[in-house]
Ligand binder design. Structure first.
Ligand code: 13P
Ligand code: SF4
Length: 340
């Protein structure tokens, strides 16, 4: 007989207690995982709070760069992930592509010393380490503006990676000239204040200006709320732009009669608000269900399997880093935390 969600939940709770572990989940995780988690949050909150927790064992339900960030910030902790699922955007750059990008910019006559790199937290630790070695740092969607302002004060060209949308959105909001490496000409690159790497989120790419127009026509007065990983054309017409935590706080501050359409991952939007008299006033900004495939990989059975393996002293999906990557990635994250 296969286990029911109830029996899985009970076993997981027992093992979490026995192993004195903290169960952490990003907001995009499935409902049953979020319901069980001791700590839920956006990337900034999770990296900060999980690394500062008194618990030594962290069970991280999310994507790989998130679990890695906790390990980087708190190397003494054991971090295990029920699924070592990779954010597709984070996979778009590695340390080799980073070096190649810097070499391309140097080929255009921009000296390494003139480049200030910022990596979005949605990148692997090796990339964060490379960024730190060049004097740069990390940002998340929650603190991007603050980090961007700090980067500007360095008086260099900003190389923003890997998300071209977040990079362009920051530049546009600040009236700075930006371009995307790979599609921009040498002249455009030399004239830009912000050069973005050509990465993107496949989920947030789903939302379009046509979707915004559709909802505004159908429900005049509706509020359009989006994540800054959306295309600049969508962000430019939204009523509110923010990280996952900021989206939740904003939407939940509105009266339930206020219709809202949200451009971010489905699981988060689906549990945002109750219905009003049996009718939903909260919509998803896409005809296609915007599910993050890797975030959705983690199931209750995976959490249980991971805990059992740890208990048996045969941990699976433990986050481990070499000491150089650990050291430098921590510098990049610490610089961010000092500013946020
Ligand atoms: P937040 O930091 O806003 O939670 O975003 C993480 C993410 O991966 C969004 O796609
Ligand atoms: Fe990565 Fe996009 Fe999934 Fe966020 S929603 S974890 S950026 S693939």
């Amino acid at each position: 007989m296969s286990a029911t969600p109830e029996t899985l939940t009970l076993e997981i709770k027992d093992l979490l207690h026995k192993l004195d572990a903290l169960l952490v989940a990003h907001f995009y995780q499935r409902d049953e995982i979020v319901a069980l988690a001791h700590l839920c949050g956006d990337s900034l909150e999770l990296s900060r709070k999980a690394s500062q927790s008194p618990k030594n064992l962290i069970v991280f339900c999310g994507v790989a760069f998130m679990g890695q960030s906790v390990k980087v910030l708190a190397p003494q902790k054991r971090v295990i992930m029920p699924k070592m699922a990779c954010c597709s955007m984070a996979r778009m750059i590695d340390s080799e592509y980073f070096d190649k990008s810097i070499a391309t910019l140097q080929g255009y006559g921009i000296a390494k010393e003139e480049i200030f790199p910022i990596t979005y937290i949605n990148s692997n630790a090796d990339v964060k380490a490379k960024v730190a070695k060049m004097g740069g740092l990390v940002c998340t969607s929650a603190n991007a503006k603050k980090i961007f302002d700090y980067a500007k004060s360095q008086g260099k060209k900003i190389f923003f990676l890997p998300d071209k949308c977040l990079g362009q959105n920051l530049a546009i909001a600040d009236n700075k000239k930006s371009c995307v490496l790979g599609s921009a000409s040498k002249e455009e690159i030399l004239a830009s204040d912000v050069i973005c790497y050509d990465g993107f989120c496949s989920v947030h790419q789903l939302f379009s200006i046509n979707d915004v127009e559709f909802y505004r026509q159908k429900y005049p007065g509706i509020k359009v709320v989006v994540h800054p990983e959306c295309d600049p054309s969508v962000v430019g017409v939204a009523d509110f732009v923010g990280s996952t935590s900021q989206i939740i706080a904003y939407v939940q501050s509105l009266p339930l009669e206020q219709k809202v359409v949200v451009g971010t991952e489905f699981n988060l939007v689906n549990r945002l608000r109750p219905k009003l008299n049996g009718v939903s006033t909260t919509f998803v900004l896409s005809a296609t269900k915007p599910e993050c495939p890797t975030m959705n990989e983690t199931a209750l059975q995976d959490v249980l399997d991971c805990l059992r393996a740890y208990e048996d002293n045969m941990p699976i999906n433990e986050v481990l880093l070499d000491s150089d990557t650990q050291h430098w990635a921590k510098i990049a994250l610490d610089r961010m935390l000092e500013l946020s």
